[in-house]
Design a binder for this molecule. Structure first.
Ligand SMILES: C[S@@+](CC[C@H](N)C(=O)[O-])C[C@H]1O[C@@H](n2cnc3c(N)ncnc32)[C@H](O)[C@@H]1O
Length: 373
């Protein structure tokens, strides 16, 4: 095809414009995904048991006929983003030669959104795109240029706190619906640990006790205690998060503040915790962890961290690196944390007085880090 305005410089300018327009509208991906999840489109496609046509989907979702083409546009963008896939099926009632129409099926990504699966990520997507978590992004520039905005103890506050007047954890305590959705999202993320725990039982071998610091509603602790029956797990989290949660023989809950006290134990688990805090706070928590595992006869004492390691050169694919960088921005915006490179992790460990550590990449975006006194 002949294009107008394709002299070198003009072409480059239009490419740059297109690039910027693409970046400007990247949020359309997130919001289209959220909409599909809220409409439960993955469940509807799955329940249909065969590829679903647009008209069948519109009817199942009770979409008014005047909006069928709008639904088509939503599905089209999600097919483009590989959330759904397209196939052709015979058109019913077509006379003569068999006519075909487009129909939609799940991809591996949308299969992870089904609500009947314990690993179904739909509530995670809805919670992470809650307006309360999206609003702080509008404050980012002002926040960057602002003075060292501080709370009463002179600590840097996040754009989330600048927007809502409360940090994420207190906001969750004061807005129970948001808090429940957020804790539920974390629990769902943790459900996928079931798939890998059997491969890393050796990490917990020889331990009698484990404290999951910031362990939320205890999903990971339950998974570990089922995989390692002799292991007694304690979940330490904020009082409003653990209040009234049912305990079992091997999983107990303690409400408290990890900056004040961490119950003594053979080992400490920190899953997706330290990335939500500043270096200063992480060193404080790691020192508390060191005290907690310092028992006289605890030769196996260690801190087990499951978190992101930024390694722009070692990731399997560019999407993984981009996601880690996006998460880094997210940690800056909604909490006071950051994602860290190997060197940055090492610095935290040595400042907290640990002498050895081992980093093993695993679980998609996460790595397993074992830290020894
Ligand atoms: C990002 S979530 C991680 C939850 C869990 N480890 C997981 O991976 O599903 C952070 C957790 O830290 C908890 N938390 C926040 N401040 C805390 C504190 N000062 N002491 C203990 N837990 C805290 C939150 O309530 C939340 O459950």
């Amino acid at each position: 095809m002949h294009h107008l305005g394709h002299s070198g410089e003009t072409k480059e300018m239009f490419q740059a414009q297109s690039h910027l327009y693409s970046l400007t509208s990247i949020f359309v991906s997130s919001m289209s995904l959220k909409c599909a999840v809220q409409l439960r489109i993955p469940d509807v496609i799955n329940d249909h048991k065969q590829p679903i046509t647009l008209l069948e989907l519109a009817s199942a979702l009770r979409i008014h006929p005047s909006k069928t083409t709008c639904l088509h546009r939503l599905i089209r963008v999600l097919v483009h983003l590989n959330v759904f896939a397209e196939t052709l099926v015979p058109k019913h009632g077509g006379g003569g030669e068999e006519e075909e129409v487009k129909a939609y099926v799940l991809t591996p990504s949308s299969s992870l959104l089904l609500s009947d699966k314990a690993t179904g990520l739909s509530p995670f997507i809805v919670a992470m795109l809650d307006p309360a978590l999206v609003a702080p992004w509008h404050f980012l520039g002002d926040w960057l240029q602002g003075n060292r905005e501080n709370d009463c103890s002179n600590k840097l506050i996040s754009p989330f706190e600048a927007a809502h007047g409360l940090n994420l954890w207190d906001y969750g305590g004061q807005n129970p619906e948001f808090g429940r959705a957020f804790n539920g999202a974390m629990a769902i993320d943790s459900q996928m640990m079931n798939l890998v725990i059997k491969d890393c039982k050796h990490i917990f071998q020889g331990l009698n006790t484990l404290v999951d610091v910031g362990g939320g509603t205890g999903t990971v602790a339950k998974t570990i205690s089922e995989a390692c029956p002799g292991l007694k797990c304690t979940v330490l989290d904020l009082p409003h998060v653990v209040a009234g949660l049912p305990e079992s023989e091997n999983v107990k809950f303690v409400g408290g503040d990890m900056f004040e006290f961490i119950p003594p134990s053979d080992a400490i688990l920190l899953k997706l915790m330290l990335h939500a805090w500043s270096d200063e706070d992480c060193v404080k928590v790691l020192r508390r962890c060191r005290e907690a595992i310092a028992g006289k006869n605890n030769e196996r004492g260690k801190v087990i961290i499951i978190d992101i390691v930024i390694s722009e050169t070692e990731d399997d694919d560019a999407e993984a690196t981009a996601t880690k960088l996006f998460f880094d921005m997210l940690m800056m915006t909604v909490v006071t944390g950051r994602e860290r490179t190997k060197k940055e992790w090492e610095k935290l460990f040595s400042e907290a007085g640990f002498r050895q550590h081992k980093i093993t990449p695993m679980f998609g975006l996460r790595s397993l880090i074992e830290v020894f006194p």
